[in-house]
Write a protein that binds this ligand. Structure first.
Ligand code: NAD
Length: 420
């Protein structure tokens, strides 16, 4: 994390304050919305394969429940802290409100380097963590989903553990499950698909065509790789991608499908043996002379220095919180549009919602139905954000998106009133 950067929670509150200038919600309600409702910290002791025991720290934060059951992912990463989880839970609250899902916001995580654990150890970790938070989650109270280093298998273990305690199968307690046990078609690629859709919408809004547009993507995991595939399919030229090991750059365009298949099997880009491409650092990737830069890895990578050197015409935030607030100011000053995370990466939670609806109704949709509904909701939200940005003369898309989201949340709180 760059030293200039305030903590993620301070960052989020600054974004809320900026939006409040335009939303003008009741000050008492606004103050309430700045504080997480509850956060649980759990000890997660597990037996390692070698017979030793090791204890990890796990968290689940429910930030704002004004609009419905809490919803948000579970992240496994060494950098996970209670503070980070809390800020991410706040962002989930505003994201869910922005796309008008009947959900509040939550987030969970374990501070762990998953690469150091075997599959069995990861399973035990997931089961023990689920036991730790199971009194807090539930299909009507709080519904986890995958995030960094968690996947459909992780969700299957969480669902099974919760179901064992309930005495019957409860598929709708988590989303992002394998299709065989109640997952929805289209969920795995949903976030990347959403990133592709909003990028295309932005180009249309700017009277440009995505066809032939050059794209650089930082982070080539689930979101980055799917965004790359779908943008390439739409005619864009993906010239650079990276993972934690290295970046690869080819101004003539990379073999996105080959790279995605390779990375999907766990291959590190530094060891990629496919067509030759120039190795490039993760920071250098962000300042390439391309049309679009898509950060799709970790937070706070676009610092003021990067923002000053950025050559792209637009930034689309696939990752959560990739731009620091100070860097946001530089990009506003330089007139570089940034599609904010709470709009750009909502594809995942939209399709998670569709999975939960299907589970609740015990009825399965087709991939075409899921994708059409995703696109309808995302395009509608994009238009709404552009509408607020233009009509209310808001300086940037993030503030426009936040103003819609906090207004929607505040209305729910105002109708429901303050207990007691
Ligand atoms: P992932 O674990 O599948 O992939 C992460 C990628 O980022 C990997 O390629 C990894 O090597 C790379 N990476 C990790 N640390 C890095 C660093 N310091 N510098 C450069 N690259 C680094 O994760 P994901 O699910 O693709 O999530 C990526 C981002 O998108 C996260 O910020 C996550 O919160 C956000 N997000 C994910 C979803 C989802 O549905 N998966 C939904 C919304 C937002």
């Amino acid at each position: 994390m760059a030293s200039e950067e305030p903590s993620p929670i301070e960052n989020m509150r600054t974004q809320m304050d900026r939006a409040q200038e335009y939303a003008g919600v009741d000050q008492n309600v606004f103050e309430r919305m700045k504080h997480p409702e509850r956060t649980l910290e759990v000890s997660v002791p597990i037996l390692l394969d070698d017979g030793e025991e090791r204890v990890f720290r796990g968290y689940r934060c429910q930030f704002d429940g004004g609009r419905g059951p809490y919803k948000g992912g579970v992240r496994y990463h060494p950098s996970v802290t209670m503070e980070e989880v809390t800020a991410l839970a706040g962002w989930m609250s505003w994201k869910n409100a922005l796309v008008d899902l009947p959900y509040g916001g939550a987030k969970g995580g374990i501070a762990v380097e998953t690469k150091e654990l075997s599959r069995d150890e990861t399973k035990r970790l997931t089961r023990r963590y689920t036991e730790g938070i199971r009194r807090m989650i539930g299909p009507q109270t709080d519904i986890p989903a995958p995030d960094m280093n968690t996947n459909p298998q992780t969700m299957a273990w969480m669902m099974d553990t919760y179901s064992v305690y309930e005495g019957h199968t409860v598929p709708q307690v988590v989303t992002g499950k394998p299709v065989e046990i109640g997952g929805t078609p289209g969920r795995v690629e949903a976030t990347g698909r959403g990133v592709g859709i909003v990028t295309e919408q932005l180009f249309e809004h700017l009277d440009n065509s995505i066809d032939g547009a050059t794209v650089a993507i930082q982070g080539f995991g689930n979101v980055g790789a799917w965004a790359a595939r779908l943008l390439a399919q739409a005619g864009a030229k993906v010239v650079a991608v990276s993972d934690i090991t290295t970046g690869l750059y080819d101004p003539d365009g990379l073999d996105v499908i080959g790279l995605a298949e390779y990375a999907g099997e766990g291959g590190a880009l530094a060891d990629y043996g496919g067509p030759q491409a120039e190795a490039i650092g993760n920071e250098a990737l962000l300042t390439l002379d391309v049309d679009v830069v898509i950060p799709a890895a970790v937070a706070n990578v676009i610092t003021t220095e990067i923002a000053e050197d950025l050559q792209a015409n637009v930034v689309v935030e696939a990752a959560n919180g990739p731009t620091t607030t100070a860097a946001d100011d530089v990009l506003i000053e330089r007139d570089v549009p940034v599609v904010p995370d709470i709009l750009a990466n909502t594809g995942g939670v939209i399709v998670s919602y569709l999975e939960w609806v299907q589970n609740t109704q015990e009825y399965a949709w087709t991939l075409e139905e899921v994708n059409a509904e995703l696109e309808r909701r995302l395009v509608g939200t994009f238009d709404e954000v552009i509408g607020a940005y233009t009509d209310r003369e808001i300086p940037d898309l993030r503030t426009a998106a936040f103003s819609i989201a906090i207004d929607r949340c505040a209305r729910a709180h105002s109708y429901r009133g303050l207990f007691p």
